[in-house]
Every structure is written in structure tokens, then in C-alpha cells.
Design a binder for this molecule. Structure first.
Ligand code: ADP
Ligand code: MG
Ligand code: ZN
Length: 569
């Protein structure tokens, strides 16, 4: 019976004309539309914005889930300006970061001539806020929690009905289920008790169903809260994961010169230092590149981002400090995962529980990168617990585009051989890299194999004639499930890091289980010359997000068999 149910649109639906009519019939519609045009200089509302601003003006609690860049700010800034004009009310916006706050205030002032303020100092008092001249004031949750002065000011304003609404931006920070829970956000639950008549608007770009419900409970939003959520599918994006091999830097240079010629882009890196050195590398290759990370001075950061925005540089090499959202790494390698895990574990400021959460998140991204059987969109949307039909991808991701056939391969014997050679290597104190293991198992006597004495190890030549890609895939998969471990040692002379592989903590158990459960993994053998791969009927377990090489599941398969396409997907 509540209006909220009619406003929910989880999956993209054709424009509901009935709904549009109803919204434009709202008594608030004219002033909202006029302010949109005249103050914000925008032509029309984006998806869910009109729904949000009308609900705000109606004095309802509102929950907005919208992808980054979707236009969440307007959902509260527009009502703020209108409520100020109509009722002299101020809108109180809680944001987690001071830097974010300053940016928003500057923008509102310079671009739209809106008298916004940041409540970071004591120069703001009841007099200013009650005069109706300040439509929006930004405040950190810490300030609300700790400043008695701020709280008593708010109480006085509330008593005179001069608070339009509380806005909780980045609302996922209140939930311990989310990735970036913040202590001070937890106390925002008191707002409802302290100011029961003031509506609350919560906005976020990152929340699955559990987190959404948690946010709504924590903030004590009313039962008839207007929930506005929308699909996270971005039809205008296409996704491709490319494995990082040696020489990948030059591959990127090539791609920038050919496939991405006349385009601009962002390359995300994990470490600040890498951003700088990689940008330099690209410049040396004649590509206009800049870098961006949180360790830079604010002015330099702004300059870097302006240079990119205005086309003076083509590529910006950045950490996730640049923009936010579901920017999955656009290249990847196993080393990255190991290094990320290290980085998380070494961080002394983080408690164990958050470490585990962060590692789980890193694993999820890694699994995403390695999964070559499930549509990328489907995987991304699965993260947001949003169902997605692969057909809708229209071959705009590398998985759906792949012309090679995906087959389920019984790799039990290969796995056994890998474990055999590695356990002997351990006893001999030989450090084998992935390439050496593959070569030795295939019976090669190349220099590397001979140098390491791998030709003398048990297991040598056990996988003669087996595709090197398949052995490599098996090793990677075993690393992923921690049957194997990667170690990295720095060469004292060259400074280079050498990687070698050893048995991991679960190797013994795994070996025992192999007797009952074959080790099956999905892969795409390269077709022989002239032979075109078929596609469509052989997508292995496409509806299991965990299928494919990403997580070779041990199944009771007998021998090599083709995956059955699930026509219902
Ligand atoms: P979010 O907070 O959801 O990540 P923002 O509120 O920062 O996104 O908005 C992202 C961009 O979209 C901004 O540049 C903003 O000016 C623009 N934008 C928002 N609403 C509209 C609209 N109705 N029409 C055109 N541009 C819009
Ligand atoms: Mg925002
Ligand atoms: Zn796809």
C-alpha cells in the first residue's frame, strides 16, 4: 500500500508512463524542474532523480542506491535549494571525508552560485543557519558526534522546523557488513531519536541487499521509506580481462596506440610508486600520460585530473584514489593477488576482522579476473545480488565474445604430477618457478630444467604431450585454492624478484581427496589452425558464477567431457 513499492525498479524497465505522469503531477514538480534548469543548468532528470527529489519534498525518508556517477548529489542538492527558498530550511549533509566536503562546497559555490558551507569550523552559528541563507551545510559524522555545540545548534533549528532533512552520503559506511565501516557513522542512528521530525535521506553506490537492510535499520528509517534502487548494469561499458604476462607493458603501449587510439583512459595500479613509474614509462614511449594518487599534494592532484579531463594527457595512471566505484582492475596477474594479500596482512592499523574481509574482497576480484566462463556483466552484477541474463550482454565482454569452446577437463593426473614434482623438489631444496615445473612435467630438458636439476625429480616427464596452457592453468588453480603457494625472493645482485612455487597448507588433504573427487577445470584450448571454435552450446556451467578456471570445482566427472550449455540461462 505504500508509495515506495511503486517506485522500486531493480532491473531496467521501459519508461513507465503512468509513473511519470504521476510524478509530474506533484505540486512540487514545477519548482523542481525550474530549479533544475535555472540553478543547476541541467535539461532533464536522470533515472530516479525526479522520484528522489519529489519524495524529499514530500518529507519522506528516502534510500537511494545509484552507481557512482549516476547523479546522487542532485537528489539532495536540488531539494535543499527548494526547501531553502520555500521554507528557509537548511539541509544537513553528512559525508565521510573532509576533502570530499571541500570539493562539493567549492563546486556548489562556483558552478551554481549556491551558498553552501562546510561545518568544519566554529564560524558557523545558529544565526547563520536560521537565517535561511544557507541551503546546504556539509558536516562530518565525527563533528555531529563530538561537538555539543553543533548538536545544540541543531536542536534549536529543529525546534523551529528549520532543518529540511538529514542527508547521509556514502551511507554504506554505517554498516559493519560493508567494506568501509566507520565508527562515527554508527552514531548517526541517534539522529532519528534526537530529531524525530526531520526526514533522513541515505545515499550509496555500494550496497548489497544485506547492507541495504542494515543501513535502513541502523538509521531507523520509517517503514514507508521510499527505496530507489536501479540496475548496476552499464550497457555503455564493455569488459575485457587480459592476463598479465611478461611484456604486458608493451602490450599496453600497443593497445593505446591502436585499439584505443583517439581515446582517453585510466590505468589503475595498486601502488603509488607504480603509478609514477608506469606513467613515466608511457611518456618515454611517446604517450601523453600523467599520474594520480593520494600521496600527491592537493594542487598537483587537481592539476593531474584537470589535464586528463581537458585532454592534455591521454592516459592517467592512478590508484583507486582517482574516482571510485566498481573499477575492477583492468589487468591482472597472480602476483597481484599475492601482493595485495601481503599488503593487507602487513597493515598494522587494521584489525583481524577487517583484514579477513579485505582479503575476501581481493579474492573475489581475483576470481572475477580468472573466471573465463561466466559473462563479466553477470559476475559484476552478481556481486550486487542482481540477476542478469547473459543474452543482454550482447557480446560486449571478453567471455561472451570468446569464439573458443569452453570444455571441462579432468586435470586430476596433472594435479597429481604437479604435487609429486613439488614434494620432491622440497626435499631436494630446489626452488622451481612455474615455467620450470611446466617444462619438466612435459619432459623438456631445457637449460632452466637442467640447471635446477628438475630432470632428476620424481614426476619429471609425467605430463608428456599435455598442453602447456593446461598445466599452467592447473598450477594457478591449485595456488588459488591454496594447495600451492607462491614465494618471492629478491635477487641480491639484480634486485629482481624471483618467484617459485611450493606446496601449500592444504596440499596433503587435497591429495587424499583426489582419490574420490576428480579435479575438473574449465578451459578453452586454442583451436588448431583453420579450425573455427564453436560457441554457444558448450558454455560450461555458465550459471554457476564459480564455474570455470576461476574455481575449478572438484566434481565426480569421469573423464574429459564437454560442458553442457544451460539453455535456460
Ligand atoms: P554520484 O554522487 O552518484 O557518484 P554525482 O552526483 O557526483 O554522482 O554526479 C555525477 C555527474 O553527473 C556530475 O558531473 C553531475 O553534474 C552529473 N549529473 C547529475 N545529474 C545530472 C542530470 N540530470 N543531467 C546531466 N548531468 C547530471
Ligand atoms: Mg557522490
Ligand atoms: Zn558478457
Amino acid at each position: 500500500p505504500t508509495q515506495s513499492s511503486t517506485l522500486v525498479s531493480r532491473t531496467p524497465t521501459p519508461v513507465n508512463t503512468k509513473l511519470t505522469t504521476k510524478l509530474t503531477n506533484s505540486p512540487h514538480y514545477p519548482i523542481l524542474q525550474e530549479t533544475l534548469n535555472n540553478v543547476f543548468k541541467l535539461q532533464s532528470f536522470r533515472k530516479n532523480q525526479l522520484e528522489a527529489v519529489i519524495a524529499c519534498m514530500d518529507g519522506r525518508d528516502v534510500f537511494v542506491l545509484m552507481p557512482t556517477g549516476g547523479g546522487k548529489s542532485l537528489c539532495y542538492q536540488l531539494p535543499a535549494v527548494c526547501s531553502s527558498m520555500l521554507k528557509n530550511q537548511v539541509t544537513i549533509v553528512v559525508t565521510p571525508l573532509l576533502a570530499l566536503m571541500a570539493d562539493q562546497v567549492t563546486q556548489l559555490r562556483s558552478r551554481f552560485n549556491i551558498n553552501a558551507h562546510a561545518w568544519s569550523d566554529s564560524s558557523i552559528n545558529f544565526g547563520h543557519l536560521s537565517s535561511g541563507s544557507i541551503p546546504i551545510i556539509y558536516v562530518t559524522p565525527e563533528k555531529l558526534k563530538e561537538s555539543g555545540y553543533a548538536r545544540s545548534t541543531l536542536r534549536m533549528l529543529a525546534a523551529k522546523s528549520l532543518i529540511g532533512r538529514f542527508v547521509i552520503d556514502e551511507a554504506h559506511c554505517i554498516s559493519t557488513w560493508g567494506q568501509d565501516f566507520r565508527d562515527a557513522y554508527a552514531s548517526l542512528g541517534e539522529l532519528r531519536d534526537l530529531y524525530p521530525d526531520v526526514p533522513i535521506i541515505a545515499l550509496t553506490a555500494t550496497a548489497n541487499q544485506t547492507t541495504v537492510n542494515d543501513i535502513i535499520t541502523q538509521l531507523k528509517l520509517h517503514n514507508d521509506v521510499v527505496r530507489l534502487t536501479q540496475s548496476f548494469n552499464r550497457p555503455n561499458l564493455s569488459y575485457t580481462v587480459i592476463e598479465k604476462k611478461s611484456g604486458f607493458k608493451n602490450e599496453i603501449v600497443d593497445a593505446l596506440g591502436n585499439r584505443f587510439r583517439n581515446q582517453s583512459g585510466v590505468i589503475y595500479c595498486r601502488a603509488r610508486q607504480t603509478c609514477e613509474s608506469f606513467a613515466q614509462f608511457l611518456r618515454d614511449k611517446g604517450i601523453r600520460a600523467g599520474h594520480y594518487h593520494a600521496g600527491m599534494e592537493p594542487d598537483d592532484r587537481k592539476q593531474a585530473s584537470d589535464d586528463w579531463m581537458e585532454g592534455r594527457v591521454k592516459v592517467i595512471v592512478a590508484t583507486i584514489a582517482f574516482g571510485m566505484g566498481i573499477d575492477k582492475a583492468d589487468d591482472f596477474g597472480h602476483k597481484d593477488f599475492t601482493a595485495t594479500q601481503d599488503m593487507i596482512n602487513k597493515d598494522e592499523k587494521t584489525d583481524l576482522e577487517s583484514k579477513q574481509r579485505q582479503i575476501a574482497a581481493a579474492k573475489e576480484i581475483y576470481a572475477y579476473a580468472r573466471n573465463r566462463s561466466t559473462c563479466r556483466r553477470k559476475q559484476v552484477l552478481h556481486h550486487f545480488e542482481e540477476p542478469f541474463q547473459e543474452e543482454e550482454c550482447q557480446k560486449t565482454c571478453d567471455v561472451c565474445k570468446d569464439p573458443l569452446e569452453l570444455i571441462n577437463e579432468d586435470a586430476t593426473d596433472i594435479a597429481r604430477a604437479v604435487l609429486k614434482i613439488l614434494s620432491h623438489a622440497t626435499r631436494q631444496n630446489a626452488h622451481l618457478a612455474q615455467g620450470t615445473i611446466v617444462a619438466a612435467l612435459r619432459g623438456s630438458a631445457n637449460r632452466d630444467v637442467l640447471q635446477k636439476g628438475a630432470d632428476k625429480l620424481e614426476g619429471y616427464s609425467l605430463a608428456k604431450g599435455v598442453d602447456a596452457d593446461l598445466i599452467e592453468l592447473t598450477i594457478k588453480e591449485l595456488m588459488y585454492i591454496e594447495v600451492l603457494q607462491m614465494h618471492s625472493v629478491q635477487n641480491k645482485f639484480s634486485g629482481y624478484h624471483n618467484e617459485y612455487i611450493t606446496l601449500g597448507p592444504t596440499a596433503g588433504l587435497f591429495l587424499k581427496e583426489l582419490d574420490n573427487k576428480p579435479f575438473v577445470l574449465g578451459w578453452r584450448p586454442k583451436t588448431r589452425k583453420g579450425q573455427k571454435g564453436r560457441k554457444g552450446t558448450t558454455r560450461a556451467d555458465a550459471n554457476t558464477p564459480s564455474a570455470g578456471p576461476s574455481s575449478a570445482t572438484m566434481k565426480s566427472a569421469t573423464s574429459k567431457r564437454k560442458g553442457k550449455g544451460k539453455a535456460t540461462e
